[in-house]
Ligand binder design. Sequence first.
Ligand code: MN
Ligand code: MN
Length: 321
Amino acid sequence: MPPPSDPDPAGAARVQELMGGRFGEMSTFMNYTFQSFNFRNRQGARPFFDLISNIAAEEFGHIELVAVAINTMLTGATPATDKAAFGDSSMADLKDLAINPHHFLAGGQGALCQDSRGNPWTGDNVFSSGDLIEDLTHNFFLETGARNNKLKVYEMCDHPAARALTGYLLVRGGVHQVAYARAVELLTGADLSKMFPSPRIPTDKIPECQPHIKKKLHLKLYRFSPDDYKEIAAAFNGAHPETGEPLEVVDEAPEGALPNDLPSQPAVFAPDYFPEEIAEIAQKLRKKAGLPDEPLGEVANPADGKSTVKKAAKKAKSKVT
Ligand code: MN
Ligand code: MN
C-alpha cells in the first residue's frame, strides 16, 4: 500500500462500499465465517468445508486492507499541527469534500463499519442457509458482485491507495469467483461461469493488477493453516476458465507487508489533540516497565511517531532538570 499522498476524503467515502457495502469485504468475511461455523457433517463434505473456511481467513485480511486504504486517503485532510485543533479553520476546508462527515465527526479520520452512503453494515448481508449448493451458488454471486463494485470504485477513484487496493482485490476476488464456480460444478455439473453472463473484468488491461498477475496470484489459493484445510486441493483444481492455466493451492499465507505509520491528526483528536502528551506518557510507562526507549513494534515509513517520541523524551527530560 502506498504511503499517504494528497488526501481524498470524497474518494475515501466511495471506498467505504468495499468495507461495509452489501458486496463489501465485511460481507464476504462474515458470510463464509457463518457458513463454516454452521457447517454440518463437515467430515462428509471436508473439501467444501475447508474451501469456505479457508477463504473466510483471507477475507479477514481484505477488511484490513480496505481500512488501510481509507485511512491513507483521509490522512492530511485536516491540518497536521496541534495548533489547528482549536479555532474555526481546522475543518473549514472539508465543507464540500467530506461527503461522509462521520469520517471526521465520529471516526477520527478512520474507516467506518459503513457503506458508501454511510449506512452501517448489517448481518442481513449474511446468507447461511445450511444448504451447501445454495450457499456456494450465493458465494459465487457475492464474489461476482464484489468484483463489479471493485471495478466501479477503481473507475471512480484515482487516488493511488484506492487503485492499489482495487488492483489487488480484483485479482484475488477472481480466484474466489473461480473457486466457488468450480465447487458448484464439482457438486452438480453446472458450470456457473458459462451459465451466467457475470461481468468479465479485464484484469489484463488494468495496470494495478499486473504485478499480481505476474506473480500468478490469479491462480493461487493460499492455505492459511499449517495443519488444517488440507482438502482444499480436492475442490480447487483444473484449468482457470479464462486463461487455461492450472489452478494451484499454495501451502502458505500471502506475503505480508509492514503497515505504514499514519501520522496523528490532532484536529480530530486522533490519537489526541496534543499527541505529544500521549507519547510522553507512553515513554514514561515504557521506561518504568524496563523497555527500551525506542518502540518495539515495527512500521514502514514512520510518520511523526518517531519524532513525537523523541520530542516527548526531550520534554520529559527538560521537566526533570
Ligand atoms: Mn475479498
Ligand atoms: Mn473474496
